[in-house]
Design a protein around this ligand. Sequence first.
Ligand code: NI
Length: 265
Amino acid sequence: MQASQFFDLQWSDFIVHAPSAEGIHSLLGAGETIVNDHIALRSFATPQLGLDALHPLFAGLGFAMGDEYRFRAKKLRARYYQHTAAGIPKVFVSELLLDECSEQLRGTVLKLCERVPADATLDPGFLASGRHWDISFEVYRGLLQESEYAAWLAAHGFRANHFTVDVNALSGFGSVAAVNRALTAAGYLLNTSGGEIKGSPAVLLEQSSTLADRVEVEFSDGVQTVPGCFYEFARRYPQADGTLYQGFVEANADRIFESTNALAG
Ligand code: NI
């Protein structure tokens, strides 16, 4: 699979779980193509599904590994991948460190993970394959009490959690603040955790995001409406050598994760 096919697959899945995405494209692009900075993926840190297990999949698509990040309170580890060819979005991928979670959460999650076929991650399409298990709304709510991340991943499975508009590439908007104003005026709800804009020129990265669209999910005991996926907006600033910073900022990302919180906003 080529990286472009990988992103096409991710996008067609994403717009089902973030129905606002197409309207946001029209609003910000005004007919021009939107460039995406990165997508974000979530996983569980098991030998089969964790970051190290997924590495060959990204390497096979032509990505090289960038820096790693740690989110202690959320019990997450993350890294990003950048493609060796120019003009291809980056991938920010994280994993929930099950060893740091309660025995109960770990037991629930490991049982779900057992449903994933052993060789599933050999196919790059796996990361847009969704959920491989049945789960009741009661179990979802149990997970939610301990980890919003675990509950989201258990409900939605493997798919892009968000896409990210590259604000530097927008011709109609010069700043994240201007993007936020347009979104708010059009009625989109922004993630306000830590302020509408996370980061600053000083850390070389400014980001904002919508709150996740609420979508219907089929649980084993009925359909429920829960937070789905969202859109992020990122503006990058030049480093000392003049090139734009391509990494991430832990403090920003920590707040962006909260865009899927059931009670956010
Ligand atoms: Ni992001």
